[in-house]
Design a protein around this ligand. Structure first.
Ligand code: NZQ
Ligand code: ZN
Length: 389
């Protein structure tokens, strides 16, 4: 393991069909004024809203609500939520929903007592909060982002067409607890389920494709990918398979809770490209990633050939006999493409609503990060986006 690092993940997880019991155990630890935060109504339809409300009431909480948090939550919505939390003198924030709700809740948590504009401070200057922040918990309904056990929050500014994520350094921004009940994910539409699956896979790839040293994190990453391939195929054929859906949920959490980034520089360019596509199209996060991944990986393959070969051999079981390293690596990407098509993922950005005319703007909005095998030039970004059209 190269470099120096610290590892601390304070999120307490309650996993399984009975995990909502954890909410009863956790809520008494926090103040009485709770803001319940949720999305567009899936939790009302499933009955989860009623169950959570019953527990909040049984714990004697004084509850205000922020509802209608949209996928890819916007800055306008953040301002609205901050006002609600301030008016309620919130002591605790409870997110019930997918990654968007959980991310949004973190953004509210760092903004309620902040005197500055949260967009400028957290999503432009990437500063840490200096003010008091609110503790939060999460009841997760969609497996994908890993937001339930990390300090990341992604907010979209529709005016400037920027979708920006900030991973806060302070562990206080991570959920204090997360309830992971795979049963809650069974009501997801197939489109959201597979988008979440690809998001998980992409998170692992973003951390795997960097470095040339022998690193334990890479072996863990390969194991997570192999598990995901097995469970995603089962869930794709039968979305109601609890065992597969529970494995997917657990994999999602470990794919992005900081563990497999330890000792690594990490890449994240698929996410930077995908987020900018998302800012222009408001498309589902996982689909923006699938639509740009293959063009990006084919582009950088020569710069990280040894790792791409390892990916082909250890994740996709490519037979290396009589093949050059490049042929093996390319065959790995071919196998990945086959799996992606099997799941029915978006393979182009045009099917998500992106057009040739948007390419310049999407490239402009793509942050260039330096941890991967190749630091992209602007022309390379344009080329990758055009190939993804
Ligand atoms: O709003 P509701 O009605 O709840 O419907 C949601 C939404 O329409 C629906 N849904 C969620 N759970 C459901 C359900 N429908 C039926 N049954 C259920 N059990 O699914 C739709 C999508 O939900 P959303 O929360 O937007 O999806 P996801 O979990 O993929 O979150 C995406 C957001 O997370 C950010 C993305 O950029 C995007 O904004 N990310 C956060 C990360 C982090 N914190 O570390 C990392 C990721 O890379 C990602 O960038
Ligand atoms: Zn993601």
């Amino acid at each position: 393991m190269l470099g120096n690092f610290t590892y601390c993940n304070p999120t307490k997880l309650y996993f399984g069909q009975d995990s909502l019991i954890g909410l009863k155990a956790e809520l008494p630890k926090y103040g009485d004024n709770v803001v319940l935060i949720y999305g567009g109504g899936s939790i009302k339809k499933s009955g989860l809203y009623d169950e959570v409300m019953e527990i909040l009431q049984a714990c004697g909480k004084n509850v205000a609500e922020i509802s209608g948090v949209m996928p890819n939550p916007t800055l306008e919505k953040l301002y609205e939520g901050v006002e609600i939390a301030r008016a309620h003198k919130a002591d605790f924030l409870l997110a019930v929903g997918g990654g968007s709700v959980c991310d949004y809740t973190k953004a509210v948590a760092v903004s309620v007592h902040c005197k500055e504009d949260p967009w400028e401070k957290y999503f432009q200057r990437f500063e840490e909060p200096e003010c008091e922040t609110l503790p939060l918990g999460c009841v997760l309904t969609l497996a994908g982002t890993g937001s339930e056990m990390n300090a990341g929050a992604v907010i979209t500014n529709t005016k400037t067409k920027q979708k920006i994520g900030h991973v806060f350094a302070d562990e206080k921004i991570m959920p204090r607890f997360a309830i992971l009940n795979p049963l809650y994910t069974l009501s997801l539409p197939h489109y959201q389920m597979v988008a979440g699956i690809f998001d998980i896979f992409s998170h692992i790839c973003e951390q795997y494709f960097s470095g040339t040293d022998d690193n334990t994190s890479d072996y863990i990453a390969e194991a997570l990918m192999r598990s995901l391939l097995v469970s995603s195929r089962i869930a794709n054929a039968d979305p109601q398979d609890y065992e597969a859906r529970s494995n997917i949920m657990w994999t999602a959490t470990w794919a992005l809770n900081t563990l497999i980034a330890k000792g690594k520089t990490t890449d994240w360019m698929v996410h930077m490209l995908g987020q900018s596509v998302g800012a222009y199209t408001n498309a589902t996060h996982g689909m923006t990633l699938s639509a740009v991944s293959l063009a990006y990986y084919r582009h950088i393959l020569a710069f990280g050939l040894a790792k791409f070969k390892r990916f082909a051999l250890n994740v996709w079981d490519v037979n290396p006999e009589d093949k050059s390293d490049e042929e093996i690596a390319l065959e790995g990407l071919k196998a990945m493409e086959g799996w992606m098509r099997e799941l029915g993922l978006a393979m182009t950005i045009s099917e998500l609503g992106a057009t040739e005319e948007m390419i310049e703007g999407i490239a402009e909005g793509t942050l260039v990060l330096k941890g991967g095998y190749k630091v992209l030039e602007r022309e390379e970004i344009i080329k990758i986006l055009k190939e993804s059209l």
